[in-house]
Design a protein around this ligand. Sequence first.
Ligand code: ZN
Length: 356
Amino acid sequence: MSQWLDFKELRRKLDFRAVLEHYGVEVKVQANSSQHHGFCPLPTHNGKKNSASFSANLDRGIFQCFGCGAKGNVIEFAARMEGVDPANGSDFRKVALKLQQAFLPGDSRPAPDAQQAKPGTSEKEQNVSAQGENIVKINAPLDFELTTLDPTHPYLTGRGFTAATIQQFGLGYCSRGSLNGRIAIPLYNLDGKLIGYAGRVVVDRAISEENPKYRLPSKRDHEGVTYQFQKSLIVYNLHRLPRVVEDIIVIEGFTGAWWLTQAGLPNVVALMGSSCSDQQAQLILDRVAPAGRIWLMPDGDDAGARCAGELFLRFAPYRFTRWVKLDTGKQPTNCSPEELKRIFGEGPWQKEAATS
Ligand SMILES: [Zn+2]
């Protein structure tokens, strides 16, 4: 017989201290605090073993490890301790049921029929309960915002970005969590809702296979729902453009979008890489008036040339399209404002910049 399970209710009722102790963690909290700090007990921990990288907030029922980057709620903690991937819906549910039976035996009861699900229970909880599987949401708006970013970090100011540009794009150095040591770059959907953060390493020699130059939002699980970011469905900065534009500049990376915008060029968007999905191409095309122009300005390297060729074939049948070819080794951020003015000229640009 299947068991009724309300993840939210279970989370609220579980005593995180008891769960930690159940898994052999010696809970250490200072007086008047609900914050436990200690070595990371997770079997998947792959950071330093002898540093107190793990913290848990016993009141809020959440944990985080700065060493291995794991974080989540009390049920996700138990799942990881049991060697279960919290993203695996049915395994995750089994762990949750185990917790309920161990810590809240009075709450265990058979599942009602799907039609008789409790009124007022949200759709997602009904789905989770009825199927025992995770709901997956793509590019869903975030329910939090990073508020302690440092906009004065030398990575930004040293590259000539002004305070106004940094503020316009919401950039700042992040010193905690999975974006620790990176410039956080807010990402928005077409409605202008924040859906995640990309992170740029600030010290290039720290870049490696495990520590890529850019980190995009990773999959996360929250109350039985899996949230995923899909780059191929988003064009960076597109949400800030008017609904129809005469000219659009398409480049590869985030920094180029900031740089060209700061130089006074309107309607600069970035693909977040040198490839363009069908959806991204359609999103760009939909923005440009039938008599409008698409300017492609990829990096001056082989990947950039391939990108330009691919985009040209996509756009040229429908809009005037021009490839602004940069010299080998050059990127949009290497172009001075004067150079950019020479490339893109006067005329519609200046008009559009003045009216928008
Ligand atoms: Zn850890």
